[in-house]
Design a protein around this ligand. Structure first.
Ligand code: NAP
Length: 295
């Protein structure tokens, strides 16, 4: 049995679409806080939808029953969630007989202890389960997701409101991360105890990102490069939690300091084709900024 978590997220949504089109040879189950929302997407793919809330342990046993392979992500900012929910969930998976975890992580998780993924990766290494860690660079999809508010700024103010200075980001399309996850999940044994570093094809400054957005959206998007204080106060006025603001501020500060520039060829190695470019993502997603369809 294969268990997929986070099916409405950037990666999970695309991964479920791929598995529903070409179901795995094993049984598979998809876990969500709102499993009824999955019925239409799962169709007759043979998948079960099950309720799972990482913060409600009563939902864990039915989600984990018989699971041998687990696709896991970390859905929330903050080390507290790692300690109180995700790491105990990893331990529960091991107790339930799971043998392999495919985990979506971030660049720098091996070094930076303030990143919750650092602690989850460490728990995976200490477990008896095999693991495949997909350390992804920044998702292109963040440019239209409501949680980050970048979508609102781009669509309403024609402004890329990100405090990243002239730092470069190796944006990856979450569709490529999902393609890699699907490849690994179809043959986990070939990817045991491996860490992959997944990036897009280019390291872009935010000025360059604004140029790509301008070309694809048909209006000029300006990179305003706010201070951290301006960034935090605008997000706070919009009701974004301090956890998320703190996490984004740390990530963008790392970017400004040049911590994000490494490009890898691992997407191409794993998929046999180059990763999608930002221009392709903007072209495919232009309707989201136009229609304010943020998720
Ligand atoms: N955003 C980035 O740029 C970036 C870059 C590199 C790596 N990552 C990592 O990539 C992974 C995937 O990120 P993502 O952006 O695809 O995720 P996401 O869009 O934030 O999706 C979160 C998912 O988690 C589920 N979820 C939220 N709270 C939950 C809870 N209490 N219990 C159970 N499920 C819950 C939601 O499913 P339901 O609503 O259906 O329950 C949703 O599908 C994460 O580990 C993230 O840290 C992100």
């Amino acid at each position: 049995m294969l268990l997929i978590t986070g099916p409405s997220g950037n990666v999970g949504y695309e991964l479920v679409a791929r598995l529903a089109t070409a179901p795995p040879a094993t049984g598979w189950r998809v876990a969500s806080r709102r499993p009824a929302d999955l019925d239409r997407r799962l169709g007759d793919s043979g998948a079960q939808a099950v309720r799972l809330d990482f913060f409600d342990r009563a939902t864990w046993p039915s989600a984990l029953a018989g699971v041998q392979t687990l696709f896991l992500l970390f859905p929330l900012p903050g080390n507290k969630a790692a300690r109180t929910a995700i790491i105990p969930f990893v331990e529960a998976a091991q107790e339930a007989g799971c043998q392999h975890v495919v985990y979506v992580s971030v660049f720098g998780a091996d070094r930076a202890r303030f990143i919750p993924h650092h602690h989850v990766e460490s728990a995976l290494r200490s477990s008896t389960m095999a693991s495949t860690v997909l350390r992804c660079s920044f998702f292109m999809q963040n440019l239209h997701r409501l949680i980050s508010t970048h979508g609102v700024d781009i669509a309403e103010n024609h402004e890329l409101f990100i405090p990243a200075g002239n730092g470069r980001t190796t944006f990856i399309d979450a569709r490529d991360a999902a393609d890699v996850a699907a490849t690994v999940l179809r043959d986990p044994g070939s990817h045991r105890d491996t860490v992959y570093h997944l990036t897009g094809p280019a390291a872009l400054t935010m000025t360059e990102v604004a140029e790509v957005l301008s070309a694809g959206l048909g209006y000029r998007v300006r990179y305003s490069n706010p201070s951290l204080v301006r960034f935090a106060s605008r997000l706070r006025r919009r009701g974004v939690g301090w956890d998320s603001i703190g996490f984004m501020s740390a990530v963008y500060t790392l970017t400004r300091l040049g911590g994000n520039q490494q490009i890898t060829d691992e997407v191409a190695q794993l998929l046999g084709r180059p990763p999608r470019a930002l221009a392709e993502f903007v072209e495919d997603s232009a309707w989201r900024w136009r229609d304010r369809a943020w998720t």
